[in-house]
Design a binder for this molecule. Structure first.
Ligand SMILES: Cc1cc2nc3c(=O)[nH]c(=O)nc-3n(C[C@H](O)[C@H](O)[C@H](O)COP(=O)(O)OP(=O)(O)OC[C@H]3O[C@@H](n4cnc5c(N)ncnc54)[C@H](O)[C@@H]3O)c2cc1C
Length: 493
């Protein structure tokens, strides 16, 4: 065998998995088809302006939390600085502005002061989030999801909420309609309405921010994957960029290595795919090698939605009311998704306004700033994503933002529009899916696509497997997969 482990893709899941296994002394190689590592965590620089392609903020960076623990285990903690955001965000409803604080206690007190009659319900919701996230954090990597007796005993909250949506829980615990919306608003970070978002996924999302801390990386987001790459190579790992894996080689029902697009076969004891799961199974392996029922399930799974983002370099100061991260939602959280499901963007959509250079001044030249304006977006837009459509959407979102940033249009010195197609091209994620599978109850928690595949010696790491989408979760997934592989290969000697 050429290597112990081959990893396809240098996103965060692949890099964490590789670094942990290389640290144990295994011979690991990562193939990354792009010139840079990082996948979704990549940055663009144009005419002195820097934009982080994807990530608005990261959870789990506080001492003792997921990202912190992982970087600590890899001896990389001192190699990166996180800039905390507190308050993390402001949500501007048409008649009410809500702050999102960066710790559970302050946030619960704040919401309780606005809705004193609902204090008990608010506390109960956060108690459930807490117990779910605590259970998720201690799932053993060897856990069999389908051992119901053991599962229900050891992880009672996860078992209880396994089929529940956020909306179902809010309807039981909260009476005030507006408070339900306020408590549901962060479902938009999973690109799903509360009526479709899994309660378990919401707990993970909410607690990774409120307990784990909300921050951005100082400098560019790509500092994080670069640091993991340094750690990986420092432990003897090999990384090959601009090398696309075309096939995963399977013999007698087990994976034996990979074939590269440029030619050449490399063998290994196990293969890990950090790439899009559908591409991994249907293109790199092929239906002939997979059980029929399993293919049917895979084909029926729904990826998450994506984004239309206009990145702007602007002249002069930005006087935003409080945070660098403002959201302009409507009270009807469901309406927008009815349009998205039909391949449309609503006429006056909710949008995000992010001003990264207010936190990271190095993103813009002196006297300038950066803004990222975004809509949620379907991959298949009715009528397509041609230049006219992109320009029209950019004009619309700039007009909306002009209500907050006076004279914005006149101050723009650089504009880059990105669609789900751009995200697909840059990250390799089918349909530009921002978080892997949509985190509905059937595709989240214990039902997320298993990291152990039907092909022996082939594993998954990243946001297409558990725990789910987002930076902290993709990193955690790399760690769980690494532990599983280590147990196996150690046993084989
Ligand atoms: C627009 C956007 C905004 C987001 N905002 C946030 C946010 O604010 N906070 C947050 O926590 N998360 C956010 N996310 C999600 C987060 O970035 C991702 O969930 C996470 O980074 C995914 O990591 P991953 O390990 O699954 O791999 P990915 O980042 O998907 O990387 C996979 C890698 O595999 C490589 N690859 C694919 N196929 C092959 C092949 N055949 N051969 C070799 N290499 C291959 C790709 O080039 C890529 O580098 C956002 C995502 C997007 C797109």
């Amino acid at each position: 065998m050429d290597y112990d482990v081959i990893i396809i893709g240098a996103g965060l899941g692949g890099l964490v998995c590789g670094a942990l296994l290389a640290q144990k002394g295994l011979r690991v190689i990562i193939f990354e088809k792009k010139a840079k590592v990082g996948g979704c965590c990549t940055s663009l620089t144009r005419r002195g302006f820097t934009f982080d392609l994807s990530v608005q903020s990261i959870g789990g960076w506080r001492k003792g939390e997921r990202v912190w623990r992982l970087l600590d285990e890899l001896g990389l903690r001192k190699g990166i600085e996180f800039l905390p955001l507190d308050p993390a965000r402001e949500y501007h409803f048409p008649d009410l502005t809500i702050r999102q604080y960066a710790d559970v206690g302050s946030h619960v007190d704040y919401l309780s002061s606005l809705f004193p009659k609902e204090r008990e319900g608010i506390r109960e919701i956060y108690k459930i989030y807490h117990s779910l996230s605590e259970e998720i954090d201690r799932f053993p990597h060897t856990l069999s999801w389908f051992d119901p007796s053991r599962f229900a005993q050891e992880f009672p909250s996860t078992f209880q909420y396994r089929d529940k949506t956020l909306q179902e829980v809010l309807e039981v615990l909260i009476k005030d309609q507006r408070l339900r919306v306020i408590l549901g608003i962060r479902s938009s970070y999973a690109l799903l309405p509360p009526s479709r978002l899994s309660m378990i996924a919401m707990a993970s999302l909410e607690m990774s921010y409120l307990q784990g801390g909300v921050a951005v990386v100082k400098g560019k987001i790509e500092a994080l994957p670069k640091l993991l790459d340094e750690g990986f190579q420092g432990c003897g790992g090999t990384i090959k960029t601009r090398q696309e894996v075309k096939r995963i080689m399977v013999e007698g029902g087990e994976t034996v290595g990979v074939r590269l697009k440029e030619g050449g076969e490399i063998t290994s004891r196990v293969v890990v795919s950090n790439a899009d799961a559908t591409v991994t199974f249907l293109r790199m392996i092929g239906e002939g090698c997979l059980p029929l029922g399993w293919i049917k399930r895979l084909k029926g799974m729904q990826p998450s939605f994506s984004y239309f983002i206009t990145y702007l370099g602007v002249e002069g100061k930005l006087d935003l009311s409080c945070s660098n991260n403002e959201v302009f939602p409507r009270y009807d959280l469901e309406e927008e998704y009815r349009y998205l499901e039909e391949g449309r963007i609503p006429p006056s959509p909710p949008y995000y306004l992010l001003a990264p250079s207010l936190v990271n001044p190095s993103h813009a030249p002196t006297g300038h700033n950066t803004l990222c304006l975004s809509y949620k977006a379907p991959y298949r837009l009715l009528g397509g994503w041609d230049g006219g459509v992109r320009g029209g959407l950019a004009e619309r979102i700039i007009s909306q933002a002009e209500e907050i940033v006076p004279d914005l249009r006149r101050r723009i010195v650089l504009q880059v529009n990105s669609t789900p197609l751009t995200i697909e091209r840059m990250t390799g994620n089918r349909w530009g899916a921002a978080y892997g599978w949509a985190q509905t109850p059937r595709q989240a928690g214990m039902y997320r696509l298993n990291r152990v595949s039907p092909i022996d010696r082939l594993y998954l790491a990243g946001h297409w497997t558990a725990p789910g989408g987002g930076v902290a979760a993709a990193m955690a997934s790399g760690q769980i997969t690494a532990n599983l592989i280590w147990e196996r290969l150690k046993g084989e000697g």
